[in-house]
Design a protein around this ligand. Structure first.
Ligand code: HAM
Length: 422
């Protein structure tokens, strides 16, 4: 019989990799909480309509990338392709606007998009997501990007650039959309079939087309950033000013349109040139109409998401793996020693140290080899003779020295030694 494999594009994260994930997650939690963000956990399955209405019917995500399920009552559900829609739903559903502490949220977890898998692009991937509601002031836009930059710096990531743009508002974007549609109409013969269709359904998306001949057309297209209204221009200019105050370098990228339709005004991406085709490590922006469009109060919002697989691929290129504290090893010889070692291991764990021991009656030599492989600094050696004398041998694997200590003192002494070795 053939072995069952994981679903294509969905990866196991094995123990030899988990240190990276835990390092990223704990650094994120500590930093975000300093900015007042609180964790929120929403279901991975939501009503399909939530994503269709927020991300947009004519986006790639909704048109072709969602994993959908019809439940027994015929209602369409979808595995979440991103976190923003779910967090906005929860914000509305639980009337979180009324709670002064619940305005800034973060979430860490798996997302699902049925894309063609390649390096940095998977069907189950993980995002770190942050969302802040209720503030229209550009100070928050700058702070959100500053927080994202600070997180990347804390993680040790340097080879990235912040791209920013403004996508205007419900006043100026429709006017531009008409202009762009007219331009695309004039050049329709030079566009790929997808962009020919997009010129009606979602003309801004043509900026993201990867086909060379469309890129050539779009190089001559009018730019939204040149046609945003006075209010949006003023907002954008203040965002840039605050970014400069916060010494956060950025590049203006007027062709960046993002793959989701809910954005207004400020949008941004973290770009790298070290991951091949998948050059966005993170992205986000303002969505001032989304809460209202989903049936909630008229509350502005802004946020971003980081792709954790891409982030970790980059970190691995730049730095050695985070190292944990290796376990204390208890080597035992003889049945009484084995039993005593078993009890001792629990005592030492209760003091907060990690302990490994041999359950399988292997030779002392092979136990020492295993301790060495695990990177243990200290090995407690127990034989039946030692037990008789209420003693243990303590071997320092680094100094290659051995000493005798009373068994009753062993846990406390090991703890002391591990603290001074750390
Ligand atoms: P997004 O740009 O679609 O934005 O995704 C954010 C990040 O998720 C990307 O920059 C990328 O690093 C990662 N990502 C996306 N798709 C994949 C994939 N198939 N495989 C691996 N990584 C992937 C959003 O999702 C918005 N919800 C961000 C946001 C939050 N905007 C406002 N608030």
């Amino acid at each position: 019989m053939e072995n069952i494999q994981a679903v294509k594009g969905m990866n196991d994260i094995l123990p030899d990799q988990i240190g990276w994930w835990q390092f990223v997650e704990s650094t994120t939690r500590k930093l975000f909480e300093r900015f007042g963000y609180r964790e929120i956990r929403t279901p991975v399955l939501e009503k399909l309509e939530l994503f269709a209405r927020s991300i947009g019917e004519s986006t790639d995500i909704v048109e072709k990338e969602m994993y959908t399920i019809a439940d027994s009552r015929g209602e369409w559900l979808a595995l979440r392709p991103e976190a923003t829609a779910s967090i906005v739903r929860a914000f509305i559903q639980h009337n979180l606007q009324a709670d002064p502490l619940a305005r800034k949220f973060y979430a860490i977890g798996p997302m699902f998009r049925h894309e063609r898998p390649q390096k940095g692009r998977y069907r189950q991937f993980h995002q770190i997501d942050a969302e802040a509601f209720g503030v229209e002031d550009p100070m928050l836009d700058a702070e959100v990007m500053y927080m994202l930059g600070l997180l990347l710096r804390k993680l040790g990531l340097t080879a990235v650039v912040l791209h920013i743009n403004s996508l205007g508002c419900t006043e100026c974007r429709p006017v531009f959309r008409e202009r762009l549609t007219a331009f695309l109409e004039q050049n329709v013969g030079r566009l790929c079939p997808d962009c020919q269709r997009r010129r009606h359904t979602n003309p801004l998306r043509t900026f993201d087309c990867k086909v060379d001949r469309c890129q050539a057309v779009l190089a001559e297209a009018p730019l939204l950033l040149d046609s945003i209204c006075g209010h949006c221009a003023e907002h954008f200019s203040r965002v840039k000013g605050y970014l400069e105050d916060l010494r956060t370098p950025y590049v203006i990228n007027p062709r960046m349109v993002r793959g989701l339709d809910y954005y207004t005004r400020t949008t941004f991406e973290i770009i790298t040139d070290r991951l091949g085709a998948q050059n966005a490590v993170g992205g986000g922006g303002r969505y001032d109409g989304l809460v209202r469009d989903l049936g909630g109060p008229d509350v502005p919002g802004i946020g971003f998401a980081i792709g954790m697989e891409r982030l970790i691929l980059l970190l691995q290129q730049e730095q050695p793996a985070p190292v944990g504290v290796p376990p204390v090893f208890i080597a035992v010889l003889g049945e009484r020693a084995r039993h005593r070692g078993f009890l001792l291991s629990q005592e030492i764990r209760e003091l907060g140290l990690e302990v490994e021991l041999d359950y399988e009656r292997r030779s002392l030599k092979s136990q020492m080899r295993r301790a060495d492989k695990l990177g243990s600094r200290y090995v407690l050696i127990l034989g039946d003779d030692e037990i008789e004398r209420n003693q243990a041998q303590l071997r320092d694997m680094q100094e290659k020295t051995q000493s005798v200590l009373p068994l009753s003192d062993a846990p406390a002494q090991l703890k002391q030694l591990m603290i001074s070795a750390a």
